[in-house]
Write a protein that binds this ligand. Structure first.
Ligand code: NAD
Length: 398
């Protein structure tokens, strides 16, 4: 197995998912914790050429002026993730990583996200200037840390939806728009994706924001021999939906309606209080039921910010279905998950599998990672078991 230093560059590097990912990675390196929750540690992936925990170096972009160690401690006090002792044992590494977190961009992120930004974040850069600066940061990170490859993971706040019809379909048409701030419809997540792919990095979009979804950005990935995947990590309620919905379909039980009510109180939830940011997330959470069950099922997703819950998401789902003799019946379930603790191991899995794909010479859109996403790019298969079989088949070298 090759030993190579690999960079993980987190966009939103001091947020809940990023901080939990960083704490988890340090704890794995020091063998303070085991591997529960990590898909890449399952036996069927044991023969893959995956990077070791000690191979990784972390840096990132952020827009808030807070300290990583303080954010880690806040996860303990507000949301009961990990223990104060664990954070104390990781503090030196957290402070070192903090030095490698640089100001990001807020181009077209909407007012709710822009309000989070501190003075170090440039307010008036053109998209071209922003992309060039982000590329410089990535190149310097790779050089300073003697890295073989860098994987950029977007775990920043969810942006408002973008009118995708306005985005040119080819890279040759899209690139000149970077010089024209008023005409460039791309939000920050896509500028990060362009900077990553144009620098030869891989790009993973863990959020429902636009990121590398536009065809022209996918073309850039192919032109540069890079790889990308996304979007929106499938960590909780939507994961359960993608397991249960095929059951109804296979038993020919007609689902008349499926209502999902989500409540939680972290910073992500606060940003999603803004109806425009919420629209992006609701669309992503709702999409798969139509794909699996067909459009006759009435669906409804609600998301409410309830501050006292912190990072603990409660989702209550009500599924109303019809059986033989048209008898109406219902299934209800309640999911109570710690959002960041569910997401962080998947971020590490995605990084390891993406690096493994690079070592296998695989470029372009990494569709075999569909099981990790609510809205997998380039894949219409939403049934979790089928998606997981695709991952296993890839691991076996198919
Ligand atoms: P968070 O609000 O705790 O963290 C987001 C971080 O991104 C914040 O620190 C914020 O300052 C930073 N940020 C915002 N815009 C930025 C920009 N343009 N550049 C750089 N940094 C920026 O949220 P979170 O709970 O960590 O979730 C992160 C993202 O992952 C969200 O988009 C969320 O919807 C998505 N996601 C989370 C889960 C989960 O937690 N289970 C599952 C799927 C998707």
């Amino acid at each position: 197995m090759s030993k190579a230093r690999i960079g993980i560059w987190l966009i939103g590097a001091r947020g809940g998912v990023a901080t939990t990912t960083i704490v988890g990675l340090i704890a794995l390196k020091k063998e303070f914790i085991g591997t529960s929750g990590l898909v890449s540690s399952l036996p069927q992936f044991g023969r893959l050429d995956l990077p070791e925990w000690s191979d990784f170096v972390v840096g990132g972009h952020e827009i808030r002026a807070v300290s990583l160690a303080d954010e880690a401690m806040r996860l303990v006090t507000e949301s009961r993730i990990a223990t104060p002792e664990l954070i104390a044992r990781c503090k030196t590494e957290l402070n070192n990583i903090d030095q490698r977190i640089l100001p990001g961009t807020i181009h077209r992120v909407g007012k709710t996200i822009a309000q989070l930004a501190d003075d170090a974040v440039p307010q008036r850069e053109s998209p071209r200037e922003a992309v060039d600066r982000l590329k410089r940061d990535l190149t310097e990170f790779a050089a300073a840390n003697n890295l073989h490859h860098v994987i950029v993971v977007n775990v920043a706040s969810t942006e408002p939806p973008v009118a995708t019809g306005e985005i040119p379909k080819t890279w040759a048409q899209l690139e000149p728009l970077l010089e024209r701030p008023r005409k460039c419809p791309l939000p920050a997540s896509s500028l990060y994706a362009i900077a990553a792919l144009d620098s030869g990095c891989s790009y993973v979009n863990f959020t429902p924001s636009l990121g590398s979804s536009p065809a022209a950005v996918g073309e850039l990935a192919r032109l540069r021999g890079g790889r990308h995947t996304g979007c929106d990590g499938k960590t909780g309620e939507t994961l359960v939906k993608s397991v249960l919905a095929p059951m109804f379909a296979r038993r020919n039980l007609s689902v008349m309606s499926w209502v999902g009510h989500n409540i939680f109180g972290n910073l992500d939830g606060k940003v999603l209080e803004d109806p425009v940011n919420k629209a992006t997330k609701v669309g992503s959470k709702d999409r798969l039921l139509g794909e699996i069950l067909g459009t006759r099922t009435q669906t409804h997703v609600s998301i409410e910010y309830i501050e006292s819950l912190g990072d603990w998401k409660t989702a209550w789902d009500h599924v109303h279905f019809r059986g033989f003799l048209d008898v109406p019946m219902a299934l209800q379930f309640t999911w109570q998950g710690c959002d960041s603790a569910l997401a962080a191991p998947l971020v590490l899995d995605l990084v390891r599998f993406t690096e493994c794909a690079r070592r296998r010479g695989q470029n372009g859109l990494l569709t075999f990672l569909a099981s990790f996403f609510k809205s997998p790019l380039g894949v219409n298969e939403h049934r979790f078991d089928r998606q997981f079989q695709i991952l296993e088949a890839w691991a076996e070298g198919d």
